[in-house]
Design a protein around this ligand. Structure first.
Ligand code: NAP
Length: 294
């Protein structure tokens, strides 16, 4: 943050007496739209934007360009492939150097103090925003904002499913969302009790994963979700029991697995070990005993 803020301020101060034609700041779309995990970078660029407005107010030249990622020759092009994919998933389309230079050339002759230059796939950008988040700044550009009142396709599928199938459906969905966030193609590699942060999930991915789960489940979730429930098993359990207002408990299954009292359960296992003739004899014995009682 300091190099951008101090550098911009010094250039502003030290050129005040010069008859400049242009004073152009290379800012970022991070200060225009926000960027998860880049609060400091957004603030530094916000300072550049403010200086451009301030200078214009003083009758001095000033332009701040909020660039998207450049395809070549700069910091975005140096990102590793995972982070390149992350940009791609967020809807960003890289600026080709010739496009960028053309935009710069035309902006120099215009009178705005701040302009965003970022090719973007808006529907992809909107789909990765936290569920229900509205960006008033973009209202004129984005007509269909995500809404938690709109049911997600997965939520509808979950509601339509038999109670006995919901838990498995939810597990498969969450597993696939985690795999997508990690950039994995094989979701089955994610074990139920494996801590997700040991699989390579970082704090930025935790935000992405939470946002994806919000869109997929059509519900808002805490930003500490992945820290509170750091395994697939814990997530499924929490979402099924405390978040999604649907019945996940299959009573018959439950009865089979958990609710049979211990003594009955051991009697049950005795019964399953009997041969057919022994079983028949045992049932007849029980009937006879009952008849005596009547
Ligand atoms: N490339 C993009 O996709 C993109 C997108 C949005 C905005 N921007 C903005 O455009 C500008 C240029 O980006 P770039 O991609 O060309 O960056 P870059 O390739 O990383 O170059 C950064 C330049 O800043 C200098 N620098 C870095 N840290 C410094 C420090 N602490 N003090 C003084 N100078 C320092 C570097 O000097 P050395 O050469 O001596 O290291 C280098 O000349 C930046 O302000 C960036 O925020 C770039």
């Amino acid at each position: 943050m300091a190099p951008k803020v101090a550098g911009t301020w010094h250039l502003h101060q030290l050129t005040l007496d010069l008859p400049l034609d242009f004073f152009v700041c290379f800012s970022s779309m991070a200060s225009m739209l926000g960027s998860p995990g880049q609060g400091n970078y957004a603030a530094a660029n916000g300072f550049m934007d403010a200086i451009a407005h301030y200078r214009r107010g003083q009758g001095l030249p000033g332009l701040s360009i909020n660039w998207g990622a450049w395809a070549a020759g700069g910091m975005a092009a140096r990102l590793d492939s995972f982070n390149q994919q992350r940009l791609d998933r967020s809807g960003m389309i890289a600026i080709k150097p010739e496009q960028g230079m053309q935009a710069l050339g035309s902006l120099l002759s215009e009178s705005q103090s701040q302009v965003g230059v970022f090719p973007i796939n808006w529907s992809r950008f909107v789909s990765q925003l936290p569920g229900g988040q509205k960006i008033p700044f973009l209202e004129a550009l984005i007509s269909t904002e995500p809404s938690l009142t709109q049911k997600s396709a997965f939520r509808e599928q979950l509601e339509a499913a038999a109670v006995s199938e919901r838990q498995e459906l939810l597990t498969t969905q969450i597993r696939s969302v985690i795999a997508k966030t990690l950039g994995w193609t094989d979701a089955q590699k994610i074990g139920m009790r494996q801590p997700l942060f040991e699989l390579g999930l970082d704090s930025l991915m935790a935000v992405e994963l939470k946002n994806r789960l919000e869109s997929s489940l059509g519900t808002s979730l805490s930003s500490t979700l992945l820290f509170d429930y750091p395994t697939l098993e814990a997530l499924v359990e929490y979402l099924a029991n405390d978040v999604i207002p649907l019945d996940f408990s299959d009573q018959t299954e439950k009865l089979k697995e958990e609710d049979v009292p211990e003594e009955h359960s051991s009697q049950l296992s005795d019964v399953t070990q009997l041969s057919e003739t022994e079983l028949e004899a045992s049932v007849l014995e029980e009937i006879e005993a009952l008849e005596k009682l009547i």
